[in-house]
Design a protein around this ligand. Sequence first.
Ligand code: ZN
Length: 341
Amino acid sequence: MKSPLLRFTDKGIYCEVADVYLDPWKAVNKAIISHGHSDHSRWGHQRYITHHNNVPILKHRLGDIVVSGKNWNETFTINGVKFSLYPAGHIVGASQIRVEHQGEVWVFTGDYKIEDDGLAIPYQPVKCHTFITECTFGLPAFLWRPQSEVIDDINQWWATNKANGQTSVLFGYTLGKAQRLLKHLDTAIGKIYTHGAVENMTEVLRQIVTLPPTERITKDTKKEALKGNLVLAPPSAHGSTWIRKLVPYVTATASGWMAFRGARRRRAIDKGFVLSDHCDWPGLLSAIRATGAEKVICTHGYTDIFSKYLREQGYDARTESTQFEGEAAEVNVTQDQVETA
Ligand SMILES: [Zn+2]
């Protein structure tokens, strides 16, 4: 029996014919990287290949690496295996990786969402025989409201806080969520300030996308200046000494996990907005249907429940263990950066 086009190894998802890994979690010779979150783009590979929009993000996070940038749908061939990148809609520069060899096509999603967030290039379904999918929110309870409604709620929250003479502190992951929020915040309400880690990453993304102006909070920033305005900060800034100087403030977080009852209270945050850069349950199912794939491999999230459901629907579905962490890792990204910010 011939070996599969992609195999799950202790280093990562491996294409033996091309001798290439997809988002490997251990150091390898050649890595194709789906996006810039820390669980997908690790340090130590000899060569990186990724979408060109992800190149500045990788360099910001990983320093001096050897990286080549590709366009969407640009085919590059390694040892006869054809690779190409398609938009994943997850964050700016996020790709699905398509792998084709001798008529057989596999697609690896990395992380993805199907709603157009107005910032990342929207997700594009890609036909394949085998679909390797994340399922961070692969439970029927996860149902996202349209982004426009959530954004309206956030802007309304900000306006109310301003009327009460308070500073609004909004937590979102440093890479992705923070810029998605920034893109849609209503600057007619007030000014947007940033935590250093958010500002640093936002500066990188300004090379790729257009975003409203922000002002970095420094030791010289006057408390009075912040009043009624909004501060974008990483989740790990909550409870830090940094945040104390923002008093009087109210906090909110924007994350898919806010759909869980108790998640907001456990984190001692005043308000939770359910806004995710991953698919909800119907999003996952429609994405899988659109690929036409018969085989589905679930990599991270509620993998066992989700793959069982898919088998009941007639798919040849299974789980493979990986070191991808979905939104949890996106919190860790900010943690790293807060310490150095
Ligand atoms: Zn991610």
